[in-house]
Ligand binder design. Structure first.
Ligand code: FAD
Ligand code: ZN
Length: 227
């Protein structure tokens, strides 16, 4: 109770594997008594581009900031809820990103969410980064699916260690803002495995969520990714 989750979801198709992972997260976390908010980015037709419309104040500063627009709504939803100020250690909150891997990264619509919602002054300040960042005491978890198999994403595999892909999202975005990072949840190649294996992956996700709040964040240092 009192725990808050913001799920930012980036898949076009509700019947997709990502759609099933989302459904499980909403059901399980709601069952636990958490307050769960979903931003279904494609359904919302979220504007991912940080255009000139986002810039207020001196244009010389080129500083995107919230305006009474979709950005403002999104900021209102995520900012005070998930990242309340002042930080309250008694109120735990998690940012959960749910998406398919696109070109070793997140889909553009989700990247745009990061670009437009995590704005300077609210989410980060150049003088207070990483462990001293503005969004301390919050947690993040990236849950995503791939087309490639786990073997391809091993250190010796042709695609390289999956941790290289996680580096910009987990360290460059979340940790930079002061948010702690939980172990990522990766479902490899749901399109290419058996129906049984898919069911297993979905069950594993449900199981993980049951003890989510007991998890200890990962180390999230350059060594974790590139050792
Ligand atoms: P889906 O195709 O929706 O689902 C897989 C299967 O699971 C389907 O048969 C579906 O019916 C079934 N399913 C859904 N729900 C359930 C359920 N409850 N129980 C049982 N079965 C279920 N991959 C990489 O590895 N690296 C990349 O860099 C990369 N870049 C990409 C770039 C683009 C632009 C695109 C379009 C794809 C890219 N991919 C990449 C592949 C992509 O990551 C995968 O296609 C995606 O992760 C698969 O997830 P999905 O949710 O779309 O799967
Ligand atoms: Zn880090």
């Amino acid at each position: 109770p009192g725990k808050k989750v913001l799920i930012v979801y980036a898949h076009q198709e509700p019947k997709s594997f990502n759609g099933s992972l989302l459904k499980i997260a909403v059901e399980e976390l709601t069952k636990q008594g958490c307050s769960v908010t979903v931003s279904d980015l494609y359904a919302m037709q979220f504007e991912p581009r940080a255009t000139r419309n986002d810039i207020v104040g001196e244009t010389s500063q080129k500083r995107p900031f919230s305006k009474p627009s979709d950005l403002h709504q999104e900021a209102e939803k995520s900012l005070p809820e998930i990242f309340p100020r002042p930080n309250n250690p008694n109120s735990q909150s998690v940012f959960l990103g749910e998406f398919p891997l696109f070109w070793f990264s997140m889909p553009a619509i989700l990247k745009g969410w990061m670009d437009r919602v995590l704005v300077q002054g609210f989410a980060y300040d150049l003088s207070k980064a990483y462990d001293g960042g503005l969004l301390q005491d919050k947690l993040s978890l990236f849950s995503f699916t791939t087309g490639g198999s786990q073997e391809l994403y091993s250190k010796e595999g042709i695609s390289g260690d999956i941790r290289y892909v996680l580096w910009p999202m987990q360290h460059g975005i979340m940790h930079f803002c002061g948010v702690k990072v939980l172990e990522p949840h990766i479902c490899y190649a749901p399109e290419n495995v058996s129906e049984e294996k898919r069911k297993e992956m979905l069950t594993a996700w449900t199981q993980r969520l049951k003890t989510l709040w007991k998890e200890v964040p990962i180390d999230c240092s350059p060594q974790w990714y590139f050792k």
